[in-house]
Design a protein around this ligand. Structure first.
Ligand code: FE2
Ligand code: FE2
Length: 184
């Protein structure tokens, strides 16, 4: 995988603000990977891809996912979730990524899931705490990131589920399973 080509593709595909977010997530993922013994190249690749489908239209995402066998269940949830599985499909089909762990890290970066791999946690956490994030509580998550990976992942999923519940919006089953897994 030629990451320089990927970076210039991302620059074409994404608005500048989103592209810069992707670069910060990649930088953060690289640092977390180094702290936790995750291969840097995998963390970098998964992080670069994670939002590749972010600027597709809701219709385009739904069409792509439905075409590739995604059932109707996902579309009952916030469309903010759809770009993650779509990004994994694009990485696989357009860029020939075959590494399941990388594809899963892209796929589950918005919902999380139970029993995440270290790479999946690195991308999920990096997306949430990259230096451009400014939501209330992010500083505490960043402090957790100095400890074990599962500890910061737990703090992140608790924060995410709490946020969704406070807005009274549906929580995807993968996120609930992720939450249950980490708090048990
Ligand atoms: Fe995303
Ligand atoms: Fe992101």
């Amino acid at each position: 995988m030629d990451l320089d080509n990927l970076i210039s593709d991302l620059q074409q595909r994404l608005p500048l603000r989103r592209f810069e977010h992707v670069l910060r997530v990649t930088e953060t993922a690289r640092a977390l990977a180094a702290m936790h013994g995750v291969p840097a190249d995998k963390a970098e690749t998964a992080a670069l891809f994670h939002d590749i489908a972010k600027s597709m239209s809701a219709d385009g995402l739904q069409r792509l996912l439905t075409d590739r066998g995604t059932g109707p269940e996902l579309f009952k949830f916030n469309k903010e979730l759809w770009h993650a599985p779509a990004g994994a499909l694009i990485a696989e089909e357009e860029y020939g990524i075959t590494d399941r762990d990388i594809l899963n890290a892209i796929r589950f970066h918005t919902t999380g899931r139970a029993a995440m791999s270290d790479l999946e946690m690195v991308v999920y956490v990096a997306d949430m705490i990259e230096p451009g994030r400014e939501f209330p509580g992010v500083e505490e998550l960043r402090r957790h990131a100095e400890g074990p990976l599962s500890g910061v992942m737990e703090a992140c999923i608790v924060h995410s589920v709490q946020h969704l519940v406070s807005k009274r919006v549906p929580v995807h089953p993968d996120s609930i399973e992720c939450y249950n897994y980490f708090v048990q």
